[in-house]
Design a protein around this ligand. Structure first.
Ligand code: BG6
Length: 515
């Protein structure tokens, strides 16, 4: 066994060896995600010998590009973005399986021609092949692509068999509840739910997959994981980057749609759902949906609101001056789009009744960090109540999703010395020190899982609707309020003061994630 094959993360992936013969068709093949994530993910699966021996990649987009040019674009993408260097021997084997198909997403003829191309591949192989359509385009063309996959018969190929066609759909999955329902309805006209893989790349992160293991493979946490012992839960997904070149998309989206409705709700449901009866994808997804349905709609109003929105003003990031959101290229001058949102949720079920769940996400914050902190209640204040001698912090389990992946348990300890004094201390587990740092990228895991038909790390139709149901009233309220109630925060800070107040009302405060 090679060193790479004995890596613990790869052992996890190795159950997937033996994906059936597959053609991956990427819609949006000339886009940024394809270049930065999809091509490198597919190549790295090849490096780990996890691609089927009969594997083909067809890039599809509106641009006219020759097969050769597409291959050399893919090679450049690998040189720039692959987590492992380009190996000539591997690339020369893969390159011949890569081709390009130019066409308009709403042109049925382009899909008929694609279908013929796939027939030719099947004929040359002398066997059936699975089709995996990766929709990585702007959402405006999701509908024509889905409809053309349906009318061309591509959606129905080998239906009912293991080799049935599959689609991976990128975010954003709708803008609100009704658009998500419309999209689900179109999908259902052409595909069975088990052919559909709605992506949330957070689910592909190792640390996110580990949440279920940490919770349910360790006996010490479960007895404490409820309203009796947990004081509050805080989820932070902070980025130090601004909108960059994506203002066209972001200014119509904002933090609630871009991060909170999807990524943070996945983190929340994995941390707070009930134990599933098995690791079967449907059992896990059933529990996530039940949890989402137990969240009480948030209070909204001019005087009392459980949600705060803000966008960044100019400020300093790593000592460099950066512009405010309204000065960014492509942002509307009077934009009310939030680059930060904080929300207080409450889960109305037996386990979590009365435990505030605080979630915040923003761009241009003090640093990049995603973490889930479960803060426990304090012990009775009888023995160590003298605050001049006893510096005590609430026990907190911090699951750090990224960077510096790992977990930390905050405890209190006696400071060595003749006098009895206390101080909070940290117990650390770090992935990099235990397992090494060469972990697969989220997209590697997700593409492989879709190829072998494992939908555990994808979002089911009812799950996305349950989440939109919670957030649509907030979006409508903000829409009706214009810029009223929109706060600001300096770039490089931890967010607006109003978000601090949200927690002070409940005698809590935001954690300061430490580097
Ligand atoms: C994407 C958002 O889904 O996630 C981006 O559209 C955001 O705005 C990105 O920057 C963050 O992903 P990660 O993996 O870097 O935390």
């Amino acid at each position: 066994m090679s060193a790479a094959e004995s890596h613990p993360f790869l052992k996890g992936l190795s159950k997937h060896r033996g994906a059936p013969p597959t053609v991956i068709v990427i819609f949006g093949a000339s886009g940024d995600l394809t270049a930065r994530k999809l091509i490198p993910a597919i190549y790295n699966l090849g490096v780990d010998n996890l691609l089927p021996s009969d594997f083909y990649l067809i890039g599809f987009s509106r641009k006219s590009i020759s097969d050769d040019d597409f291959r050399s674009m893919a090679r450049d993408d690998l040189e720039k973005h692959s987590r492992r260097g380009l190996r000539e021997d591997l690339w020369s084997g893969l390159e011949g399986k890569v081709s390009y198909h130019a066409g308009s997403y709403d042109d049925p003829k382009a899909f008929e021609a694609l279908s013929k191309k796939i027939d030719t591949i099947e004929k040359s192989l002398g066997r059936s092949i699975q089709l995996l359509f990766y929709i990585s385009t702007p959402p405006t063309v999701f509908k024509p692509i889905l409809e053309n996959l349906g009318s061309s018969g591509l959606a129905k190929r080998h239906r009912g068999e293991d080799l049935a066609s599959k689609i991976i759909i990128e975010k954003p999955f709708g803008r609100d509840l009704s658009s998500a329902q419309d999209l689900n309805n179109i999908i259902r006209q052409h595909f069975d739910e088990k052919q559909v893989y709605r992506i949330d790349h957070y689910l592909g992160k190792e640390t996110v997959q580990d949440l279920l293991v940490q919770r349910f493979a360790n006996a010490i946490f479960e007895p404490l994981w409820n309203f009796r012992y947990v004081d509050c839960i805080q989820i932070t997904v902070a980025e130090d980057l601004g909108v960059g070149t994506r203002a066209g998309y972001y200014d119509k989206s904002g933090a609630l749609r871009d991060m909170i409705q999807n990524h943070t709700m996945q983190l929340l449901s994995l941390v707070t759902m009930e134990p599933p009866v098995s690791l079967d994808p449907e059992d896990i997804r059933d529990e996530k949906v039940k949890l989402l349905k137990a969240i009480r709609p948030v209070e909204l109003g001019p005087d009392r609101s459980e949600v705060i929105r803000a966008h960044y003003d100019e400020g300093l990031i790593q000592g460099q001056k950066v512009p405010g959101y309204l000065q960014e290229d492509g942002v509307r001058a009077n934009s009310s789009t939030e680059t930060y949102a904080a929300i207080c949720l409450s889960i109305q079920n037996w386990r979590w009744q009365g435990v505030p769940i605080y979630i915040r996400s923003g761009k241009r914050m003090a640093r990049r960090v995603s973490e889930i902190a479960v803060q426990f209640k304090r012990p009775p204040g009888i023995l160590f109540s003298d605050s001049s001698r006893f510096d005590l912090a609430p026990n907190t389990l911090v699951m750090q999703i990224q960077p510096d992946e790992g977990s930390t348990l905050l405890m209190n300890s006696k400071v060595p010395g003749l006098e009895t004094r206390t101080q909070p201390v940290k117990m650390h587990f770090r992935y990099a020190t235990t397992f090494g740092s060469d972990t697969p990228e989220a997209y590697e895991r997700l593409i492989l899982d879709a190829m072998v038909g494992d939908s555990t790390l994808f979002i089911r139709g009812d799950e996305t609707e349950a989440s939109w149901k919670l957030f649509t009233p907030i979006l409508e309220f903000w829409e009706a309020s214009g810029r009223r109630g929109l706060e600001t925060y300096p770039a490089g800070s931890w967010g607006p003061v109003a978000a601090d107040r949200l927690l002070w009302q409940k005698h809590h405060e935001w954690r300061r994630p430490t580097a």
